[in-house]
Design a binder for this molecule. Sequence first.
Ligand SMILES: *Cc1c(COP(=O)(O)O)cnc(C)c1O
Length: 822
Amino acid sequence: MLQDFSVQEIVQITSATVINGGMNGRFSQVSTDSRTIHQPSETLFIALKGAKFDGHQFIQQLVNQGVKGFLVRHGEEVPTGISEDIYLFAVNDTHQALQQLAAFQRALFQKPLIAITGSNGKTIVKEWLGQLLGAHYAVAKSPKSYNSQVGVPLSIFGIKPYHQVAVMEAGISKKGEMSRLQSMLRPDIGIFTTIGTAHEEGFDSQAQKLQEKASLFAESKFLIYRKEHAAIASYLEQVMAHERLIAWSDYPGTDYTLSVKKESNSSKIILLKPDMSMFTFSVPFTDEASLENIRHAIVAGLVLGLQAGQIQQELTHLRPVEMRLTLKAGIRDCLLIDDTYNNDLAGLRLALDFMAAQRQKRRRIVILSDLLQVGNPSLVYEEVGRLLDFYQIDLFIAIGKEIQAVRSSWAGKMLTHTNTEDFLQALPSVEFQNDLILVSGARAFAFETIIARLQQRVHGTVLEINLNALTHNYNFYKTLLKPSTKVMVMVKAFAYGGGAVEIANHLEQLRADYLAVAYSDEGIMLREAGIRLPIMVLNPVQESFGQLLAFNLEPVVYSPQFMRDLGLFCRHQQASIRIHLDLDTGMNRLGFKKEDLPQLIAMIQEFQELTIASVYTHLVGTDEDVHDDFSRMQLILFQAMAEEIAHSTGTQPFRHALNSGGIIRFPDYQFDMVRLGIGLYGVEVNGRYDTSLKSISSLKTTISQIKSIAPDESVGYGRKGILPKGGKIATIAIGYADGYDRRFSNGVGFVLIHGKKAPVVGNVCMDMCMVDVTDIDAQEGDEVIIYGPDISLKALANAIGTIPYELLTNISTRVKRVYYLD
Ligand SMILES: *Cc1c(COP(=O)(O)O)cnc(C)c1O
């Protein structure tokens, strides 16, 4: 922060009532996350309340940890008997108070603040501009995509007195949000990247979205935009004074002309400035999105006074960004957190948080380079030491000359190397084994070479899973539930193909209540990976009874015979176990039917070693209107059966019936818990909330080879692929053994290359297939999207007569899973 908050200031700024404590305290930190408080005695904790969490619940725990200040909502329950030296402030709206405090800090910052908004590219433009400026100034930058109503204030608190310029991004999802971001950020210079045409939830029209987004720049001195985005340009030119607008374009006639000449692996950008002087930049990419984003950053750099030559020096180091924090499988059972792009304290803190949220491994290791352009190095490295301490790092590998200064503030185990090359040579002697390793460094240190050495090798097809999107979907379903309804998440079948362990771990972070798997093996795998949530096993077999006990797994019991076997087993072992009863109300798969109830009840009484943790039923048709009456009949029958069990056994077991489709369709039947499956993974089977969910995964591969095909040639097995006019095909590295269904053969399926559709030509082979790239400017090695946010899984599944569930779960385990936070 730029300045501590005194108690008086907090009262003045937020109109808070002081309900505990005196008037003399000061706070140098503000936090909204109970898990990441580093200096408790100087921290003001703001208790936010949302659909998924309630900060008020953590107050007692934080008091015990030594936190000294709390800002709470009037009327919320707070622990009693809090000692006098702890400050308790109450306001009507804690979100608003957070924003008011941020606006106050913002007003203290007298240097330029640049804010970026738009439908796409804002995080990349922010990162790149941060890089261009970082070579010359100490830059405060919002970490990753911290652009929301909570992310923006936290980013503002990250501005320190030594910062010379701030680069922040702002994102909104509904009407009215931007004015709040504007009142905090009040940018001096703005960048408006793009505006999507797609209907976005929360906005009535594109015009309204435009107006709302542009309101961020109400007080900006300058606003940068691209003339080719006609909707943005015409709107801004109507509503804003001409001298505040800075337009750039491919063509002459605007303030900056930046035309592009693409070469094979790089592009030239020719700048024609307002004074008619020229400069040619060279950038290491050719795709349209990167070329647009970098030109936004170049113009902003020029407006802020950088020379074109200075900008070029930084451009040579750029690479298409992986700004994301990614989790990758490493050699020797290690788990890698790849943060090789990051280079500031705010980012490091975020990466360490992410690390803390991963499952337990043998050691926590951090590999970190010098932080470049940090302002006051000794303060910054002292802070790094504090962070290593806070996050209980077992081994710190410092690469670079300056970073060694951490030694003076941290006493843990530390290895030092002066440069990356040095470390790579020494690497064989570092015994990595089952460790969690964070690799984070400035781009000049080329830490991607370290990642390449530590990463497990597999073929080029990957399934990328966006954990933030998963969080988003989880929270979306939470908003449809009553606060008291618990959530069991189905992570059977490798979490619908997404990879059970990492997803289960993430769900544990999200405080899901229960997990469910199909087989005992799947449950054992989760336990061995350190997952502690209760786990229900849908289809346990008799051979696994011992393991159920050993690994604390809770079986579903679905027949009298099975119940007797399990009961006798437990009796013999002198053990007890929690079980779940499957009541069959119409699926006619597994489960007790109505007529089995007397026998079931007798056995519940007979086998006291079986504790009934819950009773449930499964609906057969929650994705179609035609089955609504049947579903209601199932629900009513279930209710009656559960009641009968409760009545005759004198217990009140937990009840649950709804799957993802059911949560949407039958909100009145949530009972005690729901069982969330496909919805979490981004598919809304009813089609009612398609725009509310995010696609969580992208299946990607690469082009192995490109060939020209004459009209009389054929492609692939059985000579099925023909291009009647001739053309170009690309062979891509995915086949039916990877889970790319053979029914996609011969034009039924398509993939995306550079955003364009390339239909499948001929039959899909086992490990590869061929696609038509006649009209696509594609190169060998280019990325190919098989499934992802821009491809509707439902439509694809339809095309081959199946359902999205099958496409997701068919993705082979040989396809590497990579997890990231965007
Ligand atoms: C798979 C499964 C679910 C989840 O269904 P979705 O349609 O994926 O939400 C719920 N309950 C049971 C018993 C299941 O087997």
